[in-house]
Design a protein around this ligand. Structure first.
Ligand code: ZN
Ligand code: ZN
Length: 323
């Protein structure tokens, strides 16, 4: 499925098989998660994707060929491919363990072709071995929804009372991890009772509207791409608390009185991921154990999956399957 131009539907086309270069793997894609970032790319909200582009950056795949110089994986291995597809390894960010901020980073399904396809190639250094106990469909959402959520949770420090604003693919995973860690989770959702029940079933102590959060929070993660939720979350924070913005794109944040930020409250964003985030989450997920709720679509129906995500019709995460 390729994007020729932003704001047009993806097209189902035949492409030549990609060829792995040195250090790359040729992969048979088994499942590929659909992320809100894909939607932002398709909707033209992110600048300068590669075009035409095969989107998709939550790839569960099997290695069918290892390029010259590949050492980590062998033919037949099951691997996961995340958003971070390549980094330079020599800039000041890479050298300081912050490869997520690399100036020259390349991203799967954005600046490199991704997993809305039967075949993909990936630099093996950025692939993860996938934990046993998860099939391809259920492991795929861990690779971005899970990873970005986990990185956002890391920036919440020891926060005990945690607000999750927007309860989609990422929040439904973070909710389970946070509850497992003994935190109290407050899920802010749009109006439907079904999503609220879903949140409570995954460990949230409370689920409701932004205006009704019953207690001050120590931290909040904003997943929904809605700037007004940042100020709503900030207004609920206890002194010293943080609002962590987990999305790659968001509507403007409304202005607010300094009083809301005073008392060492903070607002920050989370960008991309490091390989360390991935290794940690994929080790932790089976211990929790994280159960992902997925809705599957055949690859050729990627546009329908994106529409359902755009319209908020999904519970959990959407995953594309090979026919
Ligand atoms: Zn770098
Ligand atoms: Zn993503």
């Amino acid at each position: 499925m390729i994007l020729r131009e932003a704001e047009l539907p993806l097209e189902f086309v035949d492409l030549p098989d990609p060829e792995p270069e040195s250090g790359e793997l040729l992969l048979r894609v088994r499942a590929c998660g659909v992320c809100r970032t894909d939607l932002h790319i398709v909707d033209g909200e992110l600048a300068e994707p590669k075009l035409p582009l095969v989107p998709g950056h939550q790839i569960a795949a099997e290695v069918v060929e290892a390029g010259a110089g590949s050492e980590r994986f062998a033919v037949g291995d099951r691997v996961g491919v995340p958003w971070l597809g390549w980094t330079c390894g020599e800039c000041r960010f890479c050298l300081a363990g912050r490869e997520n901020l690399c100036d020259r980073a390349e991203f799967t399904g954005y600046t490199r072709d991704g997993g809305y396809a039967e075949l993909a190639v990936a630099d093996e250094r950025y692939c993860f071995p996938l934990p046993a106990g998860y099939d391809d469909v259920h492991v795929a959402p861990l690779l971005c929804a899970g990873l970005i959520g986990y990185r956002a949770l890391r920036f919440c420090g020891e926060a005990e009372r945690l607000g999750l604003y927007g309860f989609g693919g990422s929040a439904h995973i973070v909710c389970q991890v946070a509850s497992h860690q003994g935190r109290r989770v407050f899920a802010v959702t749009r109006g439907d009772e079904e999503t609220r029940r879903f949140a409570r079933s995954l460990g949230a102590e409370w689920a409701g509207s932004a205006g009704d959060v019953p207690e001050p929070l120590d931290a909040a993660i904003v997943f929904a791409p809605v700037g007004a939720l940042v100020t709503a979350a900030l207004a609920k924070l206890d002194p010293g608390g943080s609002v962590v913005c987990a999305g790659i794109h968001m509507s403007d944040i409304p202005s607010f009185p300094y009083e809301l930020l005073w008392q060492e409250r903070s607002i920050r964003s989370v960008a991309n991921l490091t390989r360390r985030d991935g290794e940690e989450l994929l080790a932790l997920a089976p211990e929790v154990p994280v159960r992902t709720e997925v809705t599957t679509y055949p690859l050729g129906e990627a546009n329908r999956a994106l529409d359902d995500l755009r319209e908020g019709r999904l519970s959990g995460a959407a995953v594309l399957l090979q026919a």
